[in-house]
Design a protein around this ligand. Sequence first.
Ligand SMILES: C[S@@+](CC[C@H](N)C(=O)[O-])C[C@H]1O[C@@H](n2cnc3c(N)ncnc32)[C@H](O)[C@@H]1O
Length: 205
Amino acid sequence: MGPSDWIFGRFLEWSMSSRTISRQRPPALKDARGKVLEIGFGTGLNLPCYPTAVTQLVVVDPEDLMPKRVAARISAAPFPVTRVTLSAERLPLEDDAFDCVVSTFTLCTIPDASAALHEVRRVLKRDGRFLFLEHGLSEEPSVAKWQRRLNPIQRRIGRGCTLDRRIDSLISDAGLQITRLDRFLIPGMPRTHATMYRGIAAARK
Ligand SMILES: C[S@@+](CC[C@H](N)C(=O)[O-])C[C@H]1O[C@@H](n2cnc3c(N)ncnc32)[C@H](O)[C@@H]1O
C-alpha cells in the first residue's frame, strides 16, 4: 500500500463516517436478510448497521484500505464475513447465490456500473433483493450542470467518483425491477453531492 492509499483510506473513512451520512445507513439496510453480498465495502462502515436477520456476509472491493481497522470491524460482526479484494464487474460467484446484494455510495465509482449491476442480478436468488443507497444525477438542470462541471475534480478526489449518474436507470437497464425508490437530499451537503437514490430492486428472474 502506497502513501496515496494511506491518505485516501483515511479521507474515505472520515468523509463516509460523518453524522449526516451515517444516519442514512440503517434505513437503507433495514430489509437485509439471509446471505448478503456487499459491493464496494470501503472501510466497512455498514457493518454495525445490518439487522439481525443477516446470517452471512460476503464483501468485495478492489481496494484494501485501512486493513487493520477493517479487520477489527469484521471480527466484531455478529455474523461470518468473507472479504475478497476484487471488482464488482466480474464476480467469481455462483448464480442465484444471495438473498440480498447491498451497494452504498458505490455505483458512482465503479467504472462499469452497468456490468456490475448485471452481475448483481445474476448472483441474486430468484426472489432476491438489491438494496441501494447512492448519490447521483439531480433532476434540477442547474444542479446537473454543476455536477457535470465538477466531475473532473470529483473523479480525482474520489478515485473515480462521478456526480451525475442516473442511478435508477442504471439499475432498471440491468434487468432489476425497482419496487421502492426514495429520492431526497442529504441535509447540510451541497446538492451536487447530496442528491440521493435509496431503494430496493427485485431480481425477478
Ligand atoms: C465512496 S466509497 C463507499 C464505500 C462504502 N460502500 C461506504 O458506504 O462507506 C466507494 C467504494 O467503491 C469501491 N470501488 C471502486 N471501484 C469498484 C469496483 N470496480 N467494484 C467494487 N467496488 C469498487 C471503492 O474502492 C470504494 O471503497
